[in-house]
Design a binder for this molecule. Structure first.
Ligand code: ATP
Ligand code: MG
Length: 409
């Protein structure tokens, strides 16, 4: 048992010692049964949020209105949530209010999928009123209770069902699958941010399976702005994204390319899904790098210049995009090629130059924008001829350039 799990059981023990019930619940129980890596341990308890707060030295009222208190144990964090039901759903998005309840079973009943609706006690007893363990064994995704109603309450569950099916390579049970198709339009009410989070989780697991399920259930339209109708494009997208390493920008760009989006439509999709500014920047790097032509034709110098301009990760992505979309079976070779160039790279930024701005000022260059331009020029020199990255050589070169400019040469 690792430290994170040990501490989780200690949190549960503390709650029990104060007379409450407490269990591991949800994803951690599922992943434990599957012997998968556990991301975080969630705890469900009969204790009210204020009681949880009073029992632990360090807490954060993360979602106190929904009964969730984060308990901090050193650098570890546990979400402890009071048994609750979600009350009425008035808008198909969020419960209008939550109600704290007495029993564990009621709390499990509000959860989305049977495999996520199990709790484990310190006594080792698994509380599994909806057959989650059997569904895990049979590799089946099934909604808790009446699937249509559950999707009507919160349509995000539709994407969660698809995401877990893709992530775990499970089948979606018949009635649940049918309810997905019937309730798909409710996804319109779900915030773009929640949709984006699920979509990105799909992209980072088995995107090929996810895309197939999204196609099959006609739910792609709720993720993409006007997705192309041509299925062969989507099959290509599934194939490409599925073969690429699990990097969000890489897979997103491959998918955009596979379905043939031009730049304005890419922008529209990026905005539509409210992508983070860092992901947008990474995608814009790829758009901009298209003008450097095919990596297959890059010289050593071009590799050095692109590393300097865009950084290693962006160049790596560009090469893997090429490998997946144009050079199918040579992913490994391309990774190695990028790595080889990375090891040779003389200069990643201006700080790697053998001279500093101060050196240039001492050599008579006035501080200001001109200084930056001289540094850039020296950097280009070093990129062309890495052996020149020596202080004396660069200062000498600088004097020659300046002499040429003033006509003293
Ligand atoms: P992951 O490994 O992706 O974190 P998880 O199962 O832990 O998977 P979370 O989003 O962290 O997923 O949610 C924790 C638990 O809360 C789930 O296991 C499930 O029981 C419940 N849950 C989460 N989202 C919903 C939802 N939209 N409707 C009903 N129950 C939900
Ligand atoms: Mg989780």
């Amino acid at each position: 048992m690792d430290r994170a799990e040990k501490c989780a059981w200690q949190v549960i023990e503390t709650l029990e010692a104060a007379g409450h019930q407490a269990y591991l619940v949800g994803g951690c129980v599922r992943d434990r049964l599957l012997a998968r890596q556990i991301v975080d341990y969630d705890i469900t308890t009969s204790a009210r949020p204020e009681e949880v707060q009073s029992l632990f030295a360090q807490t954060v009222p993360t979602g106190i209105r929904h009964g969730t208190i984060s308990v901090l144990v050193g650098s570890l964090q546990y979400e402890v949530t009071t048994f609750r039901t979600d009350g009425e759903y008035t808008d198909g998005r969020r419960p209008s209010e939550v109600q704290f309840v007495r029993s564990l079973v009621e709390d499990l009943a509000r959860r989305d999928l049977t495999i996520n609706a199990m709790a484990l006690g310190r006594d080792g007893i698994l509380h599994d009123p909806f057959g989650g363990q059997r569904d895990l064994e049979q590799q089946r995704i099934r909604a808790v209770g009446d699937p249509r109603r559950r999707f009507e309450e919160d349509a995000l569950r539709i994407l969660r069902a698809i995401r877990f099916a893709a992530q775990l390579r499970f089948e979606i049970e018949e009635r649940t699958l049918q309810a997905i198709a019937e309730e798909a339009s409710s996804l319109q009410a779900i915030s773009r941010e929640r949709i984006r989070e699920e979509w990105h989780k799909m992209l980072l697991t088995h995107p090929d399976l996810a895309i197939r399920l999204l196609l099959q259930t006609d739910t792609l339209r709720y993720i993409f702005f006007r997705p192309p109708a041509d299925r062969t494009l989507w099959q290509r997208a599934a194939d490409w994204a599925g073969r690429a390493p699990a990097d969000l920008a890489l897979r997103t760009f491959l998918l955009y390319s596979a379905i043939g989006l031009d730049q304005p439509r890419m922008e529209k999709n990026m905005q539509g899904l409210k992508l983070s500014s860092s992901l947008k920047r990474e995608l814009h790097e790829q758009i901009s790098m298209q003008s450097s032509g095919s990596p297959a034709a890059w010289s050593d110098l071009q590799f050095r210049q692109l590393f300097f301009e865009y950084g290693h990760r962006a160049v790596w992505r560009r090469c893997l995009i090429h490998a997946v979309s144009q050079d199918a079976n040579r992913l490994q070779a391309w990774s190695e090629r990028v790595d080889h160039h990375r090891q040779q790279q003389p200069l990643w930024n201006l700080q790697d130059l053998a001279v500093t701005g101060q050196d240039l000022i001492r050599a008579g260059i006035p501080a200001g924008p001109a200084l930056g331009r001289w540094l850039q020029r020296l950097a280009q020199l070093v990129l062309r001829d890495p052996a020149k990255n020596e202080r004396e050589v660069l200062l000498h070169q600088l004097q020659r350039w300046r002499a040429e400019e003033t006509g003293d040469a």
